[in-house]
Design a protein around this ligand. Structure first.
Ligand code: NCD
Length: 320
């Protein structure tokens, strides 16, 4: 089965934003905005996933990503089966590849994978004929998160060209940072990063970003400040900064906002550790679009399901 010949994106799977060009990102966003416009008119969604099944292998915890993939499939008339690490036979010693092949033998239409090992979706994708969607692989990539971030930015800022975006926090262990850097740069934004030296990858500037260690200097002139959680599950204990000290130097608070542009957008992929990387008043304050990001996650995942399973290109102009 040649899936690529059947879909308008011309790719079999969504493995990372590093592998997406501007046109493909634009097509996904157009389709996501189309679905959002339908929701706003309360008209029914097209049932482009009717009779189709998505299997979701979630081998790491997830609230937003897992539930929004499930809602996305349901909105399009599809079914989902969720397998967690605890509930699957990997706990009995089966390899991930064998688990994936076993699932493919049951003929689902798409596989969604969240896994702690960087590169695991690429490995599975090579072995399977069905599309694979990376829902987060270790510290590597989280492409659907970056795409929902772009959708939210487009809504609030209109244009990507020249947009100045600062990513703050644990850049070294964040798959969200990596996926956002690639996607934002592809769309023409200017990306900077800021964090303690221990949490900045040594070669980060090779990615074309400006690196800061002083938060006040970094936030000046930024249109967007994207804040990240410290990835405690991926750090060795020696790298682990104390919450209080981290908040003092790198926590984004009302005090930090005084150094920002008045119309700065505050983003966070969630889950937020209130009082560590973001103060509660900023999380709930007028500059925060955190819940808009969550809401847009459903539309972006609908767009990806629709397009990868052979749906036609959709944009708001397509609406009748
Ligand atoms: C992120 C993840 O899992 O990478 N969360 C998410 O998917 N919304 C970020 C994080 O866990 O810090």
């Amino acid at each position: 089965m040649d899936v690529t010949a059947r879909n308008v994106l011309g790719i079999k799977s969504i493995l990372g934003t590093e592998l997406l060009n501007k046109h493909q990102i634009q097509q996904i966003l157009d389709c996501a905005f189309y679905f959002k416009a339908i929701r706003n008119t309360k008209a029914p969604f097209p049932k482009s996933l009717a009779g189709k099944n998505a299997v979701m292998l979630f081998f790491e915890p997830s609230t937003r990503t897992r539930s929004s993939f499930a809602l996305a499939a349901k909105n399009l008339g599809g079914n989902t089966v969720v397998l967690t690490k605890e509930a699957s036979s990997t706990g009995k010693g089966e390899t991930l590849l064998d688990t994936a092949r076993t699932i493919e033998a049951m003929q689902p239409d798409v596989l969604v994978l969240r896994h702690p090992s960087a590169g695991s979706p690429h490995h599975i994708d090579r072995a399977l004929a069905i599309p694979v969607i990376n829902a987060g692989d270790g510290f590597h990539e989280h492409p659907t998160q970056a795409l929902l971030d772009l959708m939210t930015l487009k809504e609030f800022k209109g244009n990507f060209a020249g947009l100045r975006v600062l990513i703050v926090g644990d850049i070294a262990h964040s798959r969200v940072a990596r996926s956002d850097i690639y996607a934002l740069q592809t769309m023409g934004a200017k990306v900077s990063v800021c964090g303690p030296p221990t949490l900045l990858p040594p070669q980060i500037e090779a990615l074309g970003v400006t690196a800061y260690t002083d938060l006040r200097a970094a936030v000046r002139d930024q249109d967007v400040v994207m804040v990240l959680r410290i990835q405690l599950e991926r750090l060795n204990p020696a790298q682990n900064p104390s919450g209080g000290e981290y908040a003092r130097f790198y926590g984004v608070s009302t005090e930090t906002l005084k150094h920002c542009k008045p119309d700065v957008l505050i983003m966070h992929p969630g889950p937020v550790n209130r009082g560590v990387e973001l103060s509660p008043d900023v999380v709930d304050g007028p500059r925060s679009v955190i819940l808009n990001q969550v809401g847009n996650g459903v539309f972006v995942r609908m767009a990806i399901f629709h397009l990868l399973t052979g749906g036609e290109a959709l944009h708001e102009g397509t609406m009748v």
